[in-house]
Design a protein around this ligand. Structure first.
Ligand code: BGC
Length: 819
């Protein structure tokens, strides 16, 4: 790692600052003062360092929509663009957002692997392939840091599923640990020099990651030269001495942590060397120096990059990440002047981002229906598409206003005597106040009740269901009438956040008329028995619009589709399917969505299905429809980008970053539930396409697959040990972009190495008829394995086939290479 003069200047300021701090100040600095920040230390000119999630936006320190954030597409979508330069631009935008919100450190990117599609946070990670993950994340980290903002690459390491995530012991042999799970972290540390890392909740081989001396101190810092800060995942830190000896620098969140006073006491008792505390303080101060929060130290970035238009970039990333997996008879782009019938509830109520800590509140959202309506209205001779719900996957009540519009809500906070302490605005019916994130004038000590109050103007007439989510006592009033008054008690869940949220419970149905406003109120009385693991108020006022007969909904959509030139069906997962805190149980689309697609496809040969899901879902009708576009969670501009791609203004640019199975039963790795606390990564290095190859199984869509709107002829491939050069020609009639993928296949299969693996990739752009050249570096690591005997990397000599491919299943040219 090259040391610059600015690095040297920063180190000098940091060392001088350490010398001025007493033990108590040092240990205080290593502990969160609240949910998101560290204490300021004016005596050394240190500002309070502020952190915020990541990875698709910067939420800031408050869970409200008052200070909205640009919401980019899900990490799966960013990875699907296979473009580290695009990821870098995303990072720069996020740094701009972070600066705007006073945030120094973005808690991102998530670089755990898609070990199985059942992983609940699959949407939040990039790929099943370590090389692709590492390359995209390297661009992302470079971009954020270009803007002078830190990152915490997370979750180090192997937080690949959510079941029992706080305690699970992932048993992983050294070889898969190195070749798969550590590999992206290593690439990022070596290539982007990240200023931070976040250690995971889980254990690896019997040691919890916040205390993993070997992986943190010896591998990450020792071998790779990581010089950044190591922050615990939220509430992951459990042992004062174990954590500090394990190389964990910051315990989050605060104010109650295993550091602070407890760490100072451990030093005084002789259990911990003060020099060990100093090493952690040094890492925190180095971070502060880099982001410009330590007086006298030159920040890494003095001139942030030029301002980026967030809406435009969100739209660009969305269309660059859309993966067109099927396009029969040129169904897409849509013919000019044709009529379009849209169906699927998600076409109107778009799901643009995944659930959990990755959530942000965008200022606006363009739904597929909004996007298509605007684009078709602008087209010559175009008319608005028709819309029918067709099928609604939301079978559960959701926070009021998060899906159906019409709610205007605020929170009124009172003390035990009924005195009003303060009021706060709410993004929707979900109240999530953690730590000091409370409305002005409100404290946890004084707060006794919260009333979510406001108005609701329904867009549909019928029976509206209202309810509660979370523990405690509730009084629910609709239109001046009390419809529920009771208590929700604790359930058997284990994840503290899940336990606190629980499932939404329907409390009453009320007949309402479209357009007629009613007053609504949910009074929640706090019971200190239901205290969260940290000072927090978390509950929701939930709602579900009128449920109509599902057969009738499908029939209406079918009639509209029959009359149109093209039918567009948007299918989606829900927040209860893909989110943080739990894994998926199956890969089926919820509700009657499969029936809807089949029924529409039966009457319209030009049926285009848009899949609004962050991770793979089964598409049992995939051979029955004309086109399938995987749209991921497409971010706030998703509908505009969708219209760009459907009308042909833009090409869908994505290639699958992860194998898309036909059915869960075919998936080689599905185990996410530990046995006696241990989750055995028994498949070794065989995850994703490596496992599909070994099983000889064929997925619905292969890793790397994705169609554009032009065609490519691969003309020549020359391969050396360091580089592959591919010449290719755009043989179609419109400009296009191709992701040229290079796979290596060892000539002699030994059964221990996968049959093929990704060794490099590059994108090229060409006009119709133009021939271009892709120059793709092949890292030495692509020819190496982790030798468990030697405890080191070792080159595997011999013959290799080098495949230049459009996807794993579509190799166009082959060369041989002797290493
Ligand atoms: C998540 C992290 C996140 C943190 C803070 C944790 O539950 O695992 O990814 O950064 O919360 O929100």
């Amino acid at each position: 790692m090259t040391e610059t003069s600015a690095d040297t200047a920063r180190e000098a300021v940091v060392e001088a600052a350490i010398g001025k701090l007493g033990l108590d100040a040092k240990t205080r600095l290593l502990a969160g003062q609240d949910m998101w920040s560290l204490p300021e230390l004016p005596e050394i000119g240190l500002k309070s360092l502020v952190m915020s999630d990541g990875p698709i936006g910067v939420r800031g320190v408050r869970w409200t929509a008052d200070d909205p954030s640009v919401a980019l597409p899900s990490p799966t979508a960013l990875a699907a663009a296979w473009d580290p330069a695009l990821a870098r631009r995303a990072g720069r935008l996020l740094a701009q957002e972070a600066r705007r919100k006073g945030v120094h450190v973005l808690l991102a990117p998530t670089v755990n692997l898609h070990r199985t599609p059942l992983g609940g946070r699959h949407f939040e990670a990039y790929s099943e392939d370590p090389l692709l993950t590492g390359a995209v994340a390297t661009g992302y980290v470079q971009g954020v840091q270009d803007g002078g903002v830190g990152t915490t690459v997370k979750h180090f390491v192997a937080n690949d599923a959510e079941t029992d995530r706080f305690t699970v012991d992932n048993a992983i042999a050294p070889r898969p640990l190195r070749e798969l799970y550590l590999a992206p972290f290593e690439a990022i540390v070596r290539n982007a020099r990240p200023w931070g890392i976040m250690t995971a909740y889980n254990q690896v081989n019997g040691v919890t990651m916040t205390e993993h001396h070997h992986l943190v101190n010896e591998v990450l810092r020792g071998e790779w030269g990581f010089d950044g800060v190591n922050v615990s995942d939220w509430m992951a830190a459990r042992s004062t001495t174990g954590d500090i000896e394990g190389g964990m620098d910051i315990a989050m969140p605060g104010p109650v942590t295993v550091y602070g006073e407890a760490l100072a006491a451990a030093v005084r008792a002789g259990e911990v060397e003060e020099s060990t505390v100093d090493a952690a303080v040094r890492n925190v101060l180095r971070l502060a120096a880099r982001v410009g929060a330590l007086e006298g130290a030159p920040p890494v970035v003095t001139e942030p990059p030029a301002t980026i238009d967030g809406d435009a970039l969100a739209r660009e990333i969305a269309h660059r990440g859309f993966v067109l997996v099927r396009n029969e008879n040129g169904a897409l782009p849509l013919a000019a002047n044709g009529t379009v019938a849209v169906s699927g509830a998600a076409a109107r109520d778009a799901r643009v981002l995944g659930g959990g800590s990755a959530q942000v509140f965008p200022e606006h959202v363009v739904s597929p229906l909004d996007g298509l309506t605007a684009a078709l209205a602008a087209a010559p001779g175009g008319g608005a598409p028709t819309f029918r719900i067709g099928a609604d996957p939301s079978e559960e009540l959701v926070p009021a206003g998060s899906v159906s519009p019409g709610f205007t809500l605020r929170a009124r906070c009172r003390d035990a005597g009924g005195r009003l302490l303060g009021e706060g605005s709410l993004p929707n019916g979900q109240v999530q106040w953690i730590g000091d994130d409370l409305p002005d004038g409100v404290t946890h000590e004084a707060l006794a009740s919260i009333e979510v109050v406001g108005t609701f103007t329904p867009r549909e007439s019928g029976e509206h269901a209202f309810g509660t989510r979370g523990l405690g006592a509730y009084t629910l009033t609709v239109g001046g009438e009390t419809v529920f008054d009771g208590v929700q008690a604790m359930g058997p869940e284990t994840d503290p956040f899940e336990a606190f949220f629980g499932s939404p419970v329907e409390r009453a149905k009320v007949a309402l008329t479209a357009g007629e406003t009613v007053e609504v109120s949910l009074l929640h009385t706090l019971d200190k028995e239901f205290a969260a693991p940290l000072p927090a108020v978390m509950f929701s006022f939930v709602h579900l619009g009128p449920r109509r007969d599902p057969d009738e909904l499908i029939a209406e959509a079918v009639e509209a589709a029959r009359a149109a030139d093209t039918a567009v069906v948007v299918v989606a997962t829900t927040e209860r399917v893909e989110s943080e805190g739990f894994d998926r149980k199956d890969l089926a689309l919820p509700g009657r969505q499969d029936d809807l697609v089949r029924a529409v496809a039966a009457v319209n040969p030009n049926t285009v299905v848009v899949v609004n899901a962050g991770s793979p879902v089964e598409l049992p009708w995939r051979e029955e429809v004309a086109a399938i576009l995987l749209g991921w969670f497409p971010g706030q501009e998703g509908g505009a980008a969708l219209a760009d791609v459907l009308t042909g203004a833009e090409e869908p640019g994505g290639r699958l970053p992860t194998t898309w199975p036909a059915a869960l039963a075919d998936v080689p790795v599905t185990e996410v539930t530990p046995t006696d606390g241990v989750l055995d990564y028994a498949e070794g290095v065989f995850i994703g396409y490596r496992a599909w190859d070994r099983a000889g199984a064929v997925p619905a869509y292969a890793f790397g697959h994705g169609l554009g709107y032009t065609t490519w002829a691969y003309e020549s491939l020359t391969a050396g040990p360091d580089t592959a050069v591919v010449r290719l020609t755009n043989t179609g009639d419109r400009p296009g972009r191709e992701v040229v993928q290079i796979y290596l296949a060892p000539a002699s299969a030994d059964g221990e190495r996968p049959a093929r693996w990704l060794a490099g990739f590059a994108s090229v752009e060409a006009a119709p008829g133009e021939t271009v050249q892709a120059v793709i570096p092949l890292p030495r690591r692509a020819f190496e394995i982790w030798d468990e005997e030697k405890d080191d990397w070792t080159l595997v000599p011999g013959g290799y086939e080098v495949l230049a491919a459009h996807s794993l299943a579509d190799a166009r040219l082959t060369a041989t290479l002797d290493i």
